[in-house]
Each structure stands twice: as C-alpha cells, then as structure tokens.
Design a protein around this ligand. Structure first.
Ligand SMILES: *Cc1c(COP(=O)(O)O)cnc(C)c1O
Length: 223
C-alpha cells in the first residue's frame, strides 16, 4: 500500500474532483466530497479533519455512534452522512447522529425517519437509494418503484427528498448506471445525485454527481 498520508491523498482527490467538474463546465464546489471513514478508527480520521475536511460518511449506525460524538465535539461544523442500509429499529439513533441519509429505499423506513425527525425537531438531507442494476441482494428501491416511493414521501409524509443515490453493480461499467440515475432524477425533479466511489467518481461527476462518496482513495485499503 502507498505510504502517502491521508491529507495528501485527500488533496489529490480534491484536485481530481475539481478537474472533472471543470471539464464538465461545472464549479468544483458543485460536487460535495463525502470522505467515507468506515472501518477506520478516530486516529485515521483526525488527520483528515485536521486538514480541514468536514463532510464524512459512515455505513453503520453502531460504528458511527462509537466514533463520531467525540470527533464532532472536537471539530465543530462536521456533517455526517449515513450511506449504508438502515433498519427501522435504528432510525431514531440515525436521525440523532447523522445530517443526511442516503439509503431511503422503502415506505417503512421513510415513515420511521419522518417520525423521528418530527419528534427530534431535526431536518436531515434525504436521498432515495435506487437499485439501478436490479440486483437481488442489494438495497435500494427498484427503478420502476422509485416514483411511487417519492410520491409517498412527498404526499403522505410531507418529507422532503433531496435526490437519488446508487451503487452500480460491481461487475458492470458504471457509466450507464450513473446516466440512468441522472435521467430518473431529472424526470422526478430531484436536484441531488449521490453517486461515484473511489474507482469511478470522475465518471460519476461527468454524469452529474453532486455528492461523491470516497473511502479507500483517501484512507487506504480497508482490512
Ligand atoms: C464504502 C462505501 C463507499 C466508499 O467506497 P470506496 O470504494 O472505498 O471509495 C461509498 N459508498 C458506499 C455506500 C459505501 O458503503
């Protein structure tokens, strides 16, 4: 593995994001970099916070609960995004801990999150996760059921949805999935697109990503 420090890798990722955005005639600031610290302990995350980065992602509620309350206290202004699947029984905790959830994928979880937000007086930025590859084991609403879920959120729950998220199948070229998600978001009048990871974020930006979720390219390979 490379010996480069995480702040150096963060800087390299930032300039690649800026270059990809500019190549597409968009401002670098139009793309939010979510640094995904899952599996890495606070000692690995602190250097990235010290370098001034303030937007992070985690995929498990329990792990975030163990790591982030102290880090957030030490680095005010940090925002935390839940990018992994969410169970209803963790929704309350998730709403308390996170500022954004990228994995709304069924009416039940939308309902539980809406209730918790109301009760806690908190407003999170929410994304509907779409299973663009229609993979059996994968989280996310099916493409043809996305409009219905969005309508349920908007009309029944009065829940604001910011955008769509996807994780393309590992064994397929991601571009077609990013293009598909962008088209679906445009049809549904949704402005935000959470797509692109370490291996494919430049492609995602080309197709209009507003949020890229990058772990290993910043923190190194996960164990
Ligand atoms: C782990 C994870 C990422 C980051 O993956 P890398 O390939 O390490 O950049 C992005 N999105 C989700 C949903 C993840 O679980």
């Amino acid at each position: 593995m490379s010996q480069t420090s995480s702040p150096a890798r963060l800087a390299a990722v930032r300039s690649r994001i800026a270059a990809a955005a500019v190549a597409d005639k968009r401002a670098a600031e139009a793309v939010t970099l979510i640094a995904v610290g899952k599996t890495f302990g606070p000692e690995h995350i602190r250097p990235v916070l010290e370098a001034g980065h303030r937007v992070f992602g985690e995929n498990r509620v329990q792990e975030a609960k163990a790591k982030w309350p102290q880090l957030r206290q030490d680095y005010p202004g940090t925002s935390l995004h839940l990018i992994g699947p969410l169970q209803s029984n963790k929704a309350k905790e998730a709403v308390l801990l996170f500022d954004a959830i990228h994995s709304i994928d069924r009416p039940k979880i939308a309902e539980t999150v809406a209730e918790a937000m109301l009760k806690q007086g908190r407003k999170l930025e929410l994304f509907i996760e779409v299973n663009t590859g229609e993979e059996r084991q994968k989280a996310g609403v099916l493409p043809r059921e996305t409009a219905g879920l969005l309508r349920f959120c908007r009309e029944e729950l009065k829940l604001a949805i910011a955008g769509l998220m996807c994780i393309p199948p590992a064994d397929e070229a991601p571009g077609i999935h990013f293009a598909f998600l962008a088209k679906l978001a445009a049809e549904l009048d949704l402005a935000q697109l959470s797509m692109g990871m370490s291996a494919d974020f430049e492609t995602a930006i080309h197709f209009g990503a507003t949020h890229v979720r990058i772990g290993s390219e910043i923190f190194g390979q996960r164990a």
